[in-house]
Ligand binder design. Structure first.
Ligand code: GLY
Length: 563
């Protein structure tokens, strides 16, 4: 209780720092955390002020988000962390969920019929979680504070509770309706079925006990013993596949980040099993040869060009990418080369939209949930971390007695072999399910450097839109000279090859611009918000860290420290 009060008091004291003044960023000298939950950002800053590294702060923030941002913060899901050291060395931690040993490419078929429900909403949609293993691996290599110190704030928040905001109350009420067939989920997120109201305290005692086991035992507190038994029991009782052996065998992996250059900036991002880094670098390589600033921000010419670049990047994503441990022949070097970018430029007609192949498929809908946070410490070491349960609240299944949500990440595998059709199913080979395989992702945790120094950390939730949201944030700063808050605030648009359509944020394009784009052959649709960019810029001119809080989501927090 004492610890929770401390957090709440600090938040009150930090309130001024959390309020935006126009489109100015939030500034601090010695550390910054920006996430989709202000309490969790403060937990990260506490770790930095206790002498922790950016990895320490990221681990503490991630565990806190698993309590305070249950939509996507998690211990029952998975994700990616990209870290750069002052030396310029960088590493990517892959803690993506994977398919259990009993999985197969046709597991979502019932009587020869593909079942969306089985694929996305059942116990068969749950992948073996990776978050605890990934956070532990990163901490073992780059943490300095004790492991327990990093889990303790989350334990206090789960055990003693935290105040429900208006946004969380509304979100929980909707979620509990969806989870009504899972009594443990209803018990966790409502008061015996009665929705929480803003200002009430959400207490999660089962989650606190699971976090205690993780604090005491490290990954063994999750992948073995009581937690593993509770997960496996829930699976056995409901036709799920994950066993104690699947959990015991889970391994987080270290991967070489994808690197690219853009106008003298170096981009360091997530390699497969995410498509994010490759598609981002590919798109920036193509754009490098155009003077976007002279084309003008959101002019029809600029939107046309970026759309054509997105179209090509997403087509390659679909055709080539999947788990690198199962797809050893992915053409990564070619896709990220400047020579390939030149070939792609040659195929772009500035007067006319290309046509995404009508004989190919339409992408299925993908949830815009997931969450990203960025951290920079006193030494300007950054962490860019995106993790997810896939849908908001994942599968909606809280493990009885363990108090945490299971993901439905198996939905990110393709539907099954030879299923590609005009209704939006995909059957391409690289991303079919197989035992031990990781499903393809769009998460794009990214670090940008310049002249050997940290320049920017960014990332976003948003399903397939993530890569384009990260692209916009980088272009807005590098090409259009925006400060980081302006870059995050600026309206976004998205094209993903198929469906062959530009989705643009409300009021993001003027009617004359959309008319010009239509005359070039583009289809357009106005949509709600796209992503929630969590970005920090290391401003060499004033020596300060500058963070942007993306107003597209409620409850976010950019918290800095001068200590
Ligand atoms: N589940 C969202 C992603 O991995 O991209």
């Amino acid at each position: 209780m004492r610890r929770l009060s401390f957090v709440v008091v600090l938040l009150a004291a930090a309130a001024v720092a959390l309020v935006q003044a126009g489109n100015q960023p939030i500034r601090a000298r010695n550390g910054m955390v920006v996430s989709q939950n202000a309490i969790a950002s403060q937990v990260g800053i506490d770790a930095l002020e206790d002498g922790g590294t950016a990895i320490d702060a990221a681990v503490a923030t991630a565990f806190a988000l698993a309590v305070t941002h249950p939509t996507a913060g998690n211990i029952g899901g998975g994700g990616f962390l990209v870290h750069r050291e002052a030396s310029g060395d960088a590493i990517a931690y892959d803690f993506r969920e994977l398919a259990p040993a009993g999985a197969s490419a046709t597991m979502w078929f019932e009587d020869d019929e593909y079942s969306f429900q089985r694929h996305h909403m059942s116990h068969l949609s749950v992948g073996v979680p990776g978050t605890v293993a990934g956070l532990y691996l990163a901490w073992e290599e780059h943490g300095t504070l004790p492991w327990r110190r990093l889990v303790d704030p989350a334990i206090a928040l789960a055990r003693d509770g935290f105040p429900v905001t208006h946004a969380l109350a509304a979100s929980l009420e909707r979620a509990v309706q969806r989870m009504s067939q899972h009594p443990a989920s209803v018990a966790q997120f409502s008061k015996d079925g009665v929705p929480y109201e803003a200002g009430e305290t959400l207490v999660q005692p089962d989650l606190a006990r699971t976090l205690e086991r993780i604090a005491d035992q490290g990954p063994a507190g999750f992948y073995a013993g009581e937690t593993a038994r509770l997960i496996a029991d829930e699976m056995r009782a409901n036709g799920g596949l994950i066993t104690e052996a699947d959990l015991a065998n889970y391994e987080a992996k270290k991967r070489e980040p994808i690197r690219g250059t853009y106008r003298g900036y170096e981009n360091i991002s997530m390699p497969p099993p995410s498509s994010g880094g490759i598609v981002l670098v590919q798109m920036l390589n193509v754009l490098e040869d155009y003077d976007l600033a002279s084309f003008g921000f959101r002019s029809a010419r600029t939107v046309h060009l970026i759309t054509e670049v997105m179209r090509r990047g997403y087509a390659d994503r679909a055709l080539h990418l999947g788990d690198p441990d199962f797809n050893t022949d992915m053409p990564i070097d070619r896709l990220t080369s400047k020579a390939y970018a030149a070939e792609q430029r040659a195929s772009i007609d500035m007067a006319r939209a290309s046509v995404s192949s009508p004989t190919s498929f339409t992408w299925p809908a993908e949830s815009p949930e997931t969450t990203h946070f960025s951290v920079v410490d006193r030494d300007r070491d950054p962490v860019s971390l995106t993790y997810t349960l896939e849908f908001g609240y994942g599968s909606g299944i809280v493990v009885p007695g363990a108090g945490f949500l299971l993901n439905n990440e198996m939905g990110d595998f393709n539907a099954g072999p030879d299923t590609t059709n005009a209704d939006g199913l995909i059957g391409t080979e690289p991303n079919l399910a197989a035992p031990g395989k990781r499903m393809l992702s769009s998460m794009t945790p990214t670090i940008v450097a310049r002249d050997g120094q940290l320049f920017m950390v960014t990332g976003s939730p948003g399903g397939r839109t993530i890569i384009n949201t990260v692209l916009h944030t980088i272009l807005n700063v590098v090409d259009f000279g925006m400060n980081i808050q302006e870059a995050v605030d600026a309206p976004r648009f998205h094209h993903q090859w198929l469906p062959d359509r530009i989705n643009y944020e409300r009021h993001g394009l003027s009617p004359d611009t959309t008319a010009l784009l239509e005359s070039r052959g583009h289809a357009l649709r106005e949509v709600g918000g796209q992503g929630v960019a969590e970005a920090i810029l290391n401003n060499a001119e004033n020596g300060l860290l500058e963070a942007a809080l993306d107003g597209r989501a409620a409850d976010g927090g950019a918290v800095g420290t001068d200590r």
